[in-house]
Design a protein around this ligand. Structure first.
Ligand code: C2E
Ligand code: CA
Ligand code: CA
Length: 651
């Protein structure tokens, strides 16, 4: 049972509750009335007429009054309320009938004074009934009418006719107006309760709707796990709880390797089902350790409360990776995906949710860079590197870029003719604060913050200025980052610089990595077509380090593939590297693309590569990246060498 009126769920319960509150007082008033009537007739009427009736009724009235008082805040179920109200209504009518009859009967022993007392008592009962029993409309009307009839009867005992008519008129009008007021109250009460109940129902509906909205807004519809918003909401809560209890929180970011290739070649329906299956695997593997969320694309996150041991996190990470790596069948396709995971812990590595995400993301980036399919926990070395990157970025933003940035040039040589075809432009930064900074540091820092888009136009202008000093058959190869090719306005700016330079676009080649293209494949594709339309060429840098599939390469408007230096390093000792290089050479031939092999340092490597059919070579074997002023001498030297070889050949 409910003990709170505001929780009455129906008009019947509200009526019951209102009655329960006044009913004990009414009982007591009736008891008082009967005692008064008995008292004034005590000396005139026989004892049994005055006492017997109240002696029976008063104890019952007292018991009922106590019972109702005790239950005044209790709201029984609707059907019980209906029954109790009905029983009470009948009781009231019977009681009033008996009491009024007793009072009229007693009048025979009274005199003019007791008659007035009697009439006042009956009139009092009538008023009480009208107001106290608002919720028992019929009962209050009938019992009120009984009182009125009794009063009229008693009034007829007044000796003067005018007095009788006056009393009757006053009584009828009084009863009428009391009844009118009482019913006014009754309807006000009813409409108040009805509007409260309506309001409550509406509030419940609104609450339900907002709960549904909250759930939808926080759930990833594809995988049925929490989404990015939910993830950060829960992470904030977990950090708050951890701060209060002094416990740790680990945050992990997981990125599927090779998902984009599957999605592109097998279609989005298969891709969606794959994501759904992977989300379920990650959730099942993590089990009670923590909650899983999808941050977007093929990126998932998890919160593990109370864990900060790197060994334990690496174990969890290994379990997750092997679960993701289990072959999976979706429809007609058998698939195999990998994944990399980055972890960071609070409070050791970060103080806020944002910092924790950045650190975990850095660890993920590190995992990918240093060989995929492994977990990495953010550590102190990473922390130093993050600080160093932040320092580099700050200094770079404050630098005089025109003055401090310059280019070095490394030849890409046709090894059969010993002739430089292109010069790759490699950026250098001579900072007055930090000294000479390697591009592996400042280009990476600028790429992470997007500041690279400010550097690229400056470097391109410098490259286009430099090339004008060199023979027309030598071109330049210029590196672009992901940020440079995602936005059309940035590409159009670069095209504008190229067009205004006066350099023939066919002397210019742009190098892009597949990671850069994959930042936003559709945009990158459209923008590469724009670049290519100028007459410039496009080459795919660092080939073999990413996840390019043949179908993807075919889609790109490429002219050249640059085989990454990592395949050259162990060319002499590792047959697998030789196989990879020879198949890439064959692939590029099939696709009518040229092929450059980077990082060639020794004569032996060159011989093997020539044997595999590669002729375009870049690397220390020919030259390290040179200062602009040294390029001419290098080209002259090559020319001399060629002439002397030709001379000796013709001799
Ligand atoms: P990358 O485009 O793959 O450039 C080749 C890197 O390999 C250069 O390093 C070059 O000096 C080095 N290298 C060339 N031959 C050899 C060799 O035989 N042995 C070894 N061990 N290394 C060799 P660098 O100049 O330090 O540039 C590093 C990376 O920085 C570049 O890799 C490129 O990704 C980026 N980068 C450099 N300049 C620019 C630029 O102007 N714009 C953009 N977006 N990235 C740039
Ligand atoms: Ca390059
Ligand atoms: Ca490269």
């Amino acid at each position: 049972m409910n003990r709170d009126f505001s929780k009455a769920r129906s008009i019947e319960q509200a009526r019951y509750h209102a009655l329960a509150k006044v009913w004990p007082a009414l009982y007591l008033a009736l008891v008082g009335d009967m005692i008064a009537v008995s008292f004034v007739h005590m000396a005139m009427a026989p004892w049994w007429a005055t006492f017997l009736f109240p002696a029976i009724l008063i104890p019952k009235a007292l018991i009922c009054s106590v019972r109702w008082y005790r239950n005044r805040d209790t709201i029984p179920p609707v059907d019980e309320c209906v029954r109790a109200i009905r029983v009470l209504g009948i009781e009231v009518v019977v009681w009033m009938g008996l009491i009024v009859a007793w009072e009229i009967w007693l009048a025979q022993w009274g005199n003019a004074d007791t008659l007035i007392v009697l009439m006042l008592c009956v009139a009092g009962q009538m008023v009480f009934l009208q107001f106290g029993l608002l919720q028992l409309r019929l009962a209050s009307l009938v019992s009120g009418a009984i009182c009125l009839a009794g009063l009229i009867y008693l009034g007829s005992g007044i000796e003067s006719l005018v007095g009788t008519i006056g009393v009757v008129t006053v009584l009828v009008m009084g009863f009428g107006s009391f009844a009118l007021i009482a019913y006014g109250y009754y309807f006000d009460f009813t409409s108040l309760v009805v509007s409260r109940l309506t309001l409550e129902t509406k509030a419940e509906e609104v609450q339900l709707l907002s709960e549904t909205n909250f759930r939808l807004a926080n759930t990833d519809s594809l995988t049925d796990i929490g989404n990015r918003r939910r993830c950060f909401h829960d992470l904030e809560k977990a950090l708050q709880a951890a701060a209060d209890t002094g416990r740790a929180v680990a945050f992990g970011v997981l990125d599927l390797d090779g998902f984009k290739a599957v999605n592109d070649s097998n279609g989005h329906v298969v891709g969606d089902r794959l994501l759904h299956a992977m989300a379920a695997r990650i959730r099942d593997t993590l089990g009670e350790f923590g909650d899983v969320y999808r941050l977007g694309g093929d990126e998932f996150a998890f919160i593990i409360a109370g864990e900060e041991s790197p060994e334990r996190l690496l174990e969890i990470g290994e379990d997750l990776i092997s679960s993701v790596q289990t072959p999976i069948r979706i429809g007609d396709f058998n698939m195999l995906l990998g994944c990399s995971i980055g972890f960071a812990t609070y409070p050791k590595s970060a103080e806020s949710a944002e910092e924790l995400y950045d650190r975990a993301d850095y660890a993920l980036f590190h995992a990918k860079r240093t060989g995929r399919s492994r977990p990495v926990v953010f550590n102190e070395e990473h922390e130093r590197s993050v600080r160093q990157t932040a320092l580099i970025e700050r200094t770079l933003r404050a630098a005089d870029l025109e003055e401090e940035l310059y280019l070095t040039f490394q030849p890409i040589v046709d090894s059969h003719q010993n002739k430089t075809m292109l010069l790759e432009c490699l950026a250098r930064w001579q900072s007055p604060v930090l000294g000479l900074v390697s591009p592996a540091q400042f280009i990476v820092a600028a790429e992470q913050s997007g500041f690279i888009s400010t550097l690229t136009p400056i470097l391109l202008r410098k490259a286009l200025l430099a090339i004008q000093q060199w023979p027309g058959e030598v071109g330049i190869s210029f590196n672009l980052s992901g940020h440079d090719i995602v936005a059309p306005e940035k590409v159009l700016n670069l095209i504008g610089i190229l067009m205004h330079s006066g350099v023939a676009p066919n002397r210019v080649e742009f190098e892009v990595t597949e990671t850069a293209i994959m930042m936003n494949l559709d945009q990158a594709l459209a923008n590469l077509h724009l670049l290519k339309a100028t007459g410039a060429r496009i080459s795919l840098d660092d080939f073999g380090t990413g996840y390019s599939s043949l179908s993807q390469i075919q889609k790109l408007p490429l002219d050249k593939i640059k085989v990454d230096a990592s395949f050259v390093r162990d060319l002499e000792t590792n047959p697998a590297s030789r196989k990879i290089v020879s198949s890439v050479t064959a692939l590029s031939r099939d696709l009518s693309l040229s092929c450059v092999v980077e990082g060639v340092e020794t004569r032996e490597q060159l011989d093997i590569l020539q044997g595999l059919g590669c002729s375009l070579i870049q690397g220390y074997f020919y030259s390290r990246p040179m200062r602009e002023g040294d390029v001419e001498a290098f080209l002259d030297q090559q020319l001399e060498l060629r002439s002397s070889i030709e001379a000796s050949a013709s001799a």
